[in-house]
Design a protein around this ligand. Structure first.
Ligand SMILES: [Zn+2]
Length: 283
């Protein structure tokens, strides 16, 4: 899989031929703004992101039989790699970026709030980056069972109370917390759970506007509270990890549906008791 000659340039073409099998990076960054030149392409002020309505005109997503992509968005994948695995490069890239934002997690004890697909992939990414212990927290049994099968060292179901989480937090059991549920309660739990001097990374989409947050603990515990947004060069890393099998993303695929079955696929994907990742296929 040859690297792109200049991954910052949306106009570079590196060995792509008609018929090549590719993974498509939904990010189309400009390559010339201050953020791009700093290597923080996800913060590009001119970015277009497939499926995003954050800019006008909106950019269409990939649920279509054909769409346009510039060459720099296309990374060749091996003939043997299923498209449905390559399609998960985007969420894995999100999670690799989130883990990178936490700094070096080697030997760290990590707690994750939210066992959805992003939570599960963040867990796998943290493991890949050397985390020593992974604790998954959620309020639903099925996703937690899935996390356990996927390699979580400990799962905590908060629907049964938070005594265990509180006791672990009091003993300083967590160096790094990832808030992935996108809920104010999740952020409050992450801040309360991480040890003094620890790191909290906000991965989930919180509600817009002001939310109550135990902010004083950020000061008093000297917590590094960090945001993470999409991904930059991690997309290529995600494709590489999937292609080599180092991260087995297909374990997250719980159902496959055709484009014609898309409405049912979305209903299924919303049911956390039945599904993790639902893949739409072209045929
Ligand atoms: Zn830019």
């Amino acid at each position: 899989m040859p690297p792109l000659s200049n991954p910052l340039s949306p106009h570079s073409v590196a060995g792509l031929s008609p018929g090549d099998r590719v993974a498509v990076n939904p990010s189309r960054w400009c390559g010339v703004c201050a953020w791009c030149r700093e290597g923080r392409e996800n913060l590009c002020e001119n970015i277009y992101f497939m499926g995003s309505a954050s800019k006008t005109p909106h950019m269409q997503g990939g649920f279509a039989s054909s769409f346009d992509a510039v060459p720099a968005q296309c990374l060749r994948i091996p003939d043997t790699l299923p498209f449905e695995a390559a399609a998960l490069a985007e969420p894995l890239a999100v999670c690799l970026h989130a883990v990178a934002r936490a700094g070096d997690v080697t030997g760290r004890r990590v707690v994750l709030f939210g066992a959805g697909p992003i939570g599960l992939l963040t867990m796998l990414a943290a493991r890949r980056k050397g985390a020593a212990e992974l604790t998954m927290v959620d309020i639903a049994a099925a996703p937690l069972a899935f996390a356990r099968n996927l390699g979580a060292d400990r799962v905590i179901d908060l629907s049964g109370g938070d005594d265990e989480l509180r006791a672990l937090a009091a003993s300083g059991a967590f160096d790094v917390a990832f808030e992935i549920s996108g809920t104010p309660a999740g952020l409050a739990s992450a801040i309360a759970s991480v040890r003094r001097g620890g790191t909290v990374v906000q991965v989930g989409n919180l509600p817009g506007g002001a939310i109550p947050t135990p902010s004083n603990a950020v000061m008093a515990k000297e917590i590094d509270l960090k945001g993470t947004f999409r991904f930059g060069q991690e997309f290529a890393e995600a494709v590489q990890l999937i292609a080599t099998g180092d991260v087995d993303v297909l374990k997250l695929v719980t159902a496959r549906r055709t484009l014609e079955e898309a409405p049912e696929a979305f209903r299924l994907a919303l049911d956390r008791s039945q599904s993790v990742k639902v893949v739409l296929t072209a045929g």
